[in-house]
Design a protein around this ligand. Sequence first.
Ligand SMILES: Cc1cc2nc3c(=O)[nH]c(=O)nc-3n(C[C@H](O)[C@H](O)[C@H](O)COP(=O)(O)O)c2cc1C
Length: 306
Amino acid sequence: MGKPDLSTTYLGLDLAGPVIASASPLTRKLPTMLQLEAAGAAAVVLPSLFEEDVRAQPERAEQRVELARVAKEQLKIPVIASLNATRPGTWQEYAGRLVDAGADALELNLYTITANLGLSSAQQEMEHLAAIEAVRIAVDVPIAVKLSSYYSAISSFAAQAVDAGADGLVLFNRFYAADIDLKTQRLVSALDLSTPADQRVALRWVGILRSQLPPSVSLACTSGVHSADEVIKAVLVGADVACTTSAVMQRGARAVTEMLEGTSAWLQQQGLDSISEARGRMSLGPNGSPAVYERAQYLEVIKGEW
Ligand SMILES: Cc1cc2nc3c(=O)[nH]c(=O)nc-3n(C[C@H](O)[C@H](O)[C@H](O)COP(=O)(O)O)c2cc1C
């Protein structure tokens, strides 16, 4: 038996493997992006251009466009540019400029804290959908939408995001909350990198959405992908790719190589020739394992013996 075929398709892009380097300081510089490519990352997502930056620091926005140009020129793997905006606005112009600079696809990162007393979840979601529509109108490359797990009705919002123009969904962004320094009694920003346990919520929702959304909608599983185990779990619930940041921040680009080698070894142990044979085996489909996704499992856990 030869080496298993790890190739996959994500957002209509043919990728050599299932691991993508998600947006982080490592994708902000060409040398680290080249290391990630050499280690086997199948695509890179550039750090997000924030709508606030477009307004307050236009030079920052120009730097992102330049980064997209350089990355596209120097890398062989697809380059996905990222925008963080939660309502239509002047930032839309940059969607087109990032694509003109060479981005193969766009990721729209809907990271927002909704703490406005006058803004209901329905209104907030309408703004998010309008932001997706605005990008859809601005560009003709594929669009992935990176969601948080805080929507009250994730399946419904996911379906509406697809209707608004998303070609794929990235589940889920991690939220960073400030800590308190007890000496100074000031807020301090805390960057806690993830652990594999952080993957579970995404696993659940990729598994559910894979059987609810059309197969043409790409799904990326992100948060907590540290080893081949998490890549394989992502694929089993139906993800087209697994994205990683914390692992490469901790262990360097070789973390990606280890994930790919471990995935290959597992496929071989299972007697599978390709990753596509494993994809979706554990999604909430007719042949899946529904109990993993349902309320019953919650009850089982909290009523268990401790
Ligand atoms: C320092 C740092 C910067 C990040 N910057 C971005 C960003 O610009 N845009 C974005 O969508 N996600 C950003 N992320 C989130 C990551 O892309 C990723 O979704 C998150 O870290 C969860 O994946 P992980 O568990 O593999 O770390 C950042 C994460 C870190 C740690």
